[in-house]
Design a binder for this molecule. Structure first.
Ligand SMILES: [Zn+2]
Length: 241
């Protein structure tokens, strides 16, 4: 049974998709304290919902979000983010990424060659995040929730989670999330070449099709880029699969 203090985080986990709809439905039916928590009318509204209908679930989520906004207003947007999520750096910064990142401040850099990675904490809700900042290719911050026990390891012993230790992993996340940039003029976009060089050094012997997928360029462009960086950097990229 969720205490009232646990209910709000639980409801947000449902809203942002970190738990299945069925788990939320089960909690409503099995935990009698929800009726008092929501009040009779809203509770009835919630349990009468058809949880097998995606549109209805979507509408219910909107209603629940509005209810939480009124009854449990929040000072930051952390709770809206999935355990592993991204924030888009493009678009209107005030309503977009700054509305998340304004409260999330770096507390320790990963260090060494891994310039894109740091530990951060929200000044409002105290949630800690591992942040990978993809400013080179997809223009997104990738955020992963970090539990306090892991924060202590990072701050005390410099022992870090291994997520996003490679820039290739940062780009794979971009592919999976569907937030992949497409460069209008890839042959004149130095960040594509720099990234290809870094990843080729880190992962020798990868093929052009691997880079084409990672950098969201066509195969012909990937070959042309590879030929340039192989000549200038003396690295090896397989031109055949
Ligand atoms: Zn926060």
């Amino acid at each position: 049974m969720n205490s009232d203090a646990d209910k709000v985080p639980f409801l947000w986990r449902f809203l942002r998709g970190d738990i299945e709809t069925s788990e939320f439905e089960k909690a409503l039916y099995n935990d009698a304290s929800y009726e008092a928590f929501f009040g009779n009318d809203f509770f009835l509204d919630l349990i009468e919902n058809n949880y097998h209908d995606k549109n209805e679930v979507h509408k219910l989520k909107e209603k629940l979000k509005a209810w939480l906004g009124v009854n449990y207003p929040k000072k930051c947007r952390c709770i809206e983010l999935r355990d592993l999520d991204y924030v888009d750096m493009t678009g209107d910064s005030e309503t977009g990424y700054l509305s998340y990142m304004n409260t999330i401040h770096e507390i320790k850099a990963r260090g060494g060659e891994l310039w894109w990675l740091y530990l951060a904490r929200c000044g409002e809700c105290q949630q800690s995040w591992l942040v990978a900042s993809d400013t080179r290719i997809n223009d997104i911050f990738i955020l992963k929730r970090v539990e306090e026990i892991d924060v202590e390891k990072i701050l005390g012993d410099d022992v870090w989670p291994r997520d996003f230790d490679s820039y290739a992993d940062v780009l794979v996340f971009g592919c999976k999330s569907g937030k992949q940039a497409r460069f209008a003029d890839p042959m004149n976009s130095p960040s594509l070449a720099w990234t290809m060089i870094d990843i080729a050094k880190e992962k020798p012997g990868m093929s052009v099709s691997y880079f084409a997928k990672l950098l969201n360029v066509d195969r012909t462009t990937a070959i042309a880029l590879a030929e340039i960086v192989m000549k200038t950097e003396g690295i090896v990229i397989k031109l055949e699969d």
